[in-house]
Design a protein around this ligand. Structure first.
Ligand code: BES
Ligand code: MN
Ligand code: ZN
Length: 498
């Protein structure tokens, strides 16, 4: 969504979105239209006739009197004050339902800036479609809603305007993350991913925007000792890359490093995955997309914090050059790893990038890795809750605040010491798999071996939430979701304010 306007005056668009909540008494409804007043009595009668309930994700359309169309978006239980994520989702569901329309006005109860921001974000995040690869079927597809007007009493405050500008940026970069995830490996390789970000950095102004890009190619990776990224990528005709984007604004007092898993396709290698469902493994670069988009958004918002983003890019394929079970690769920094299972490739590419990131000249205040790392994450937490593991409880607490404010669901997971021994190898420093039980934690313990105890570290396993194979809901479309991007941005904002 390119434009969001703010208005404290009367409705001008021909579509008006308002909220509908479940009332305090059973089977009652409550219209929540913020600063806009409506003829509630007759509307409630019509809504009751239609069987509307006010549940989240429920969209009810009625012809309007002052507008062409009235859209009621479900808020769930009526509240004095709605949680920002309830508003974000309600706006998102309405925005999604308005594909094909040019613009709509939205009036929801908002008394705080962050509620207006949530509505704006919901509108931009819900306005998404991925139709790039449609040919003959493109004509019948409706384009996402192009513009919105948010009704609020706070329309004229500079803070509200800034929040709306930020929401549009969030929408644009989330679209970039989702597009990259949805793009199949026929059209997205480690090289094309890296080049696309190099081009984006140039467009943002490059060094004038305090941004710098470096891309290591397969030869540089091999000669430079990046045995994780090189070893995973060596079986593919699309060679691996290590993309580094640095953002160094002049007044930065703090620095964070973001590391993303960028497997453009994960066949499992010689631990070949079953054909059924393998197509979802085009999403195995979701972490790389999230961290690379996050640094661009941070630069565009000119946040006073230094960031290093690293995207460890490879394609995990089968060929006469591919890694065999029992092969030993030397990670960047010198640790040797026996590859017992070529499908546990994410931790190998991440190990190289995690170690490389620590060469930062400016001291790192934290390092955060983002990866669609384990099927065990999906088993443990499902498809809408991501995991966060850490060596630093305080850093995790900060992150969880950021994630909550961003409206992304993360849950803390432990790194039990007793599982570490299962990663011991009989021939190398470590094996790439350990106990199957607690597989998400074992993967976290593997990565922990590459982090010194004094460096605050977060490991985000987003395997389930990165890619939505079920139905769309709230502002979340089918396919790539963009998870982790907003939490990283929010964490950078919070960290830069301190
Ligand atoms: N990319 C997968 C993890 C994954 C699974 C992401 C499902 C999204 C949805 C990862 O590379 C993988 O294959 N992990 C293995 C590790 C195992 C061999 C220790 C897994 O989880 O099965
Ligand atoms: Mn794998
Ligand atoms: Zn993978």
């Amino acid at each position: 969504m390119k434009s969001i306007r703010l208005s404290d005056a009367l409705v001008s668009d021909d579509i008006l979105i308002v909220g509908l909540a479940k009332g305090a008494k059973a089977d009652t409804l409550k219209i929540e239209s913020g600063s806009v007043s409506l003829d509630e009595k007759s509307l409630l009668a019509a809504l009751n006739d239609l069987g509307a309930t006010g549940a989240a994700n429920e969209i009810t359309k009625l012809p309007g009197s002052t507008t062409r169309l009235l859209i009621f978006t479900g808020l769930g239980e009526a509240k004095k004050d709605y949680a920002h994520e309830v508003l974000r989702r309600a706006a998102g569901a309405a925005s999604r339902a308005l594909a094909g329309e040019k613009s709509a006005a939205i009036a929801l109860p908002t008394t705080a800036i962050e509620q207006v921001a949530a509505v704006a974000e919901g509108m931009t995040l819900g306005a998404y479609a991925f139709d790039e690869f449609r040919g003959s079927s493109k004509a019948e597809r409706k384009a996402p809603l192009t513009g919105a007007t948010i009704h609020t009493k706070m329309a004229n405050s500079a803070e509200t305007k800034a929040a709306v500008k930020r929401a549009v940026i969030i929408g644009e970069y989330t679209k970039l993350v989702r597009d990259l995830i949805n793009t199949p490996p026929s059209h997205l390789t480690p090289d094309s991913f890296s080049k696309q970000f190099a081009a984006s950095v140039k467009k943002l102004g490059g060094s004038a925007a305090h941004l710098k890009v470096t891309i290591l190619n397969e030869k540089q990776l091999r000669d430079g000792g990046y045995g994780g990224i090189y070893g995973v990528g060596q079986g593919s005709a699309n060679p691996p890359r290590l993309l580094h984007i640095a953002y160094n604004p002049p007044k930065a007092k703090k620095k964070l490093a973001f590391i993303g898993k960028g497997i453009t396709f994960d066949t499992g290698g010689y631990a070949l995955k079953p054909a059924a469902g393998m197509e979802a493994m085009k999403s195995d670069m979701s972490g790389a997309a999230a961290v690379s988009a996050a640094i661009l958004a941070i630069a565009e918002l000119k946040l006073p914090i230094a960031i290093d983003a690293w995207a460890a890019m490879a394609e995990n394929m089968i060929s006469d050059n591919a890694t065999r079970p029992s092969d030993i690769h030397t990670m960047y920094g010198g640790k040797t790893i026996e590859v017992l299972n070529p499908d546990a490739e994410g931790r190998l590419v991440m190990a190289d990038a995690l170690v490389k990131a620590q060469e930062s000249k400016m001291k790192l205040d934290g390092i955060i890795d983002v990866a669609t790392l384990t099927g065990a994450q999906v088993v443990a937490l499902g498809t809408r809750t991501s995991a966060v593991m850490t060596n630093n409880d305080e850093f995790r607490a900060q992150f969880l605040i950021a994630a909550d404010q961003a409206g992304e669901d993360f849950w803390p997971m432990p790194l039990p010491e007793e599982l570490r021994a299962s990663l011991d190898s009989t021939v190398a420093d470590m094996a790439n798999i350990g106990d199957r039980m607690g597989g998400m934690l074992v993967a976290g313990l593997f990565l922990k071996e590459f982090i010194p105890a004094e460096l605050p570290w977060l490991h985000l396993d987003i395997a389930g939430p990165a890619y939505n194979e079920a139905k769309p809901h709230g502002y979340t479309p089918i396919g790539g979701t963009g998870i982790a991007f907003r939490s990283l941005l929010r964490l950078a904002e919070i960290t830069s304010e301190k």
